[in-house]
Design a protein around this ligand. Structure first.
Ligand code: DGL
Length: 269
């Protein structure tokens, strides 16, 4: 199985893209719902929580884990890859969703100016800024944290006037900082659910980029380049769901993210 980890429900937006692009693979999704959101937590806490989740997924037979959470990818991925895997799990891999996104994002912009919406944790880590510089050194990147957006999604406020108000406020702030932005990346798993509000607030010429599709295609590409890993992954088209909260909480909440009729298992991390 491919392990897919997120702080809560948001990674389901990435999982849906993975399942679309890789329908024959088996996935084991783990949401740390009991401790979500991660967005404004400290580096140390995000690292500790993420490592616990990765250990759980490894222990359940996933040789490959995708951190389908921008905050966890920004705060925990490098340390896990460098300080843990080589010593404890040399035959296992953990991938994030920032690197694959940054490999592509520069191709979308004509003005060479892009904007990024993300959680405070992701923005303050500057992981996007650092990674993008490796692939598109001339790209002008403006990042803006939107701490209201995750709660708006989680409390079922998408489509309301309140959501439109807060989204417009952040969109206006980003564009005021750099009016030449022609491409905006949604670098948080929850934000695609606010697509209508974001599109309404953005000028029509600004392109909106979702990372789920990019991540799914890059994962498939990774497995083509690493057949030794691909061979170890089961392929029955099945998805299993784990949560650190109660199964009932997860089954009900997943509905907001377009996943219905599932049964989840509760785990202690
Ligand atoms: N999954 C997180 C991300 O993509 C958003 C939710 C959270 O803050 O935990 O950054």
């Amino acid at each position: 199985m491919i392990g897919v980890f997120d702080s809560g429900f948001g990674g389901l937006t990435i999982l849906q893209n993975l399942k679309k692009v890789m329908p024959s693979y088996d996935f084991l999704y783990l949401g740390d719902n009991a401790r979500a959101p991660y967005g404004s937590r400290s580096f140390e806490t995000i690292y500790r929580y993420t490592l616990q989740a990765v250990r759980e997924l490894f222990g359940r037979g996933c040789p490959l884990v995708i951190l389908a959470c921008n905050t966890a990818s920004a705060r925990a991925l490098r340390s896990i890859q460098q300080d843990v895997l080589p010593y404890e799990f040399p035959d296992k891999r953990v991938l994030g969703i920032i690197r694959p996104t940054t490999e592509e994002i520069g191709r979308y912009s004509k003005t060479g100016h892009i904007g990024i919406f993300a959680t405070s944790g992701t923005v303050s880590s500057n992981s996007y800024g650092i990674e993008i510089r490796n692939f598109f050194p001339d790209l002008k990147v403006t990042q803006h944290a939107c701490p209201m957006w995750v709660p708006l999604v989680e409390y079922g406020e998408c489509g309301t006037e309140g959501a439109a108000f807060f989204v417009k406020k952040d969109v206006d702030a980003l564009l005021a900082e750099d009016p030449l932005i022609d491409t905006v990346l949604l670098a948080c798993t929850h934000y695609p659910l606010l697509e209508t509000e974001i599109r309404t607030a953005l000028p029509p010429q600004v392109r909106l980029v979702f990372q789920g599709d990019i991540v799914a295609n890059k994962t498939l590409d990774y497995l083509r380049r690493h057949p030794e890993m691909d061979e170890r992954l089961s392929k029955g088209g099945k998805t299993t769901y784990l949560t650190s909260d109660t199964a009932k909480f997860f089954e009900k909440g997943a509905f907001l993210f377009g996943i219905e009729g599932i049964s989840a298992e509760s785990v202690v991390l």
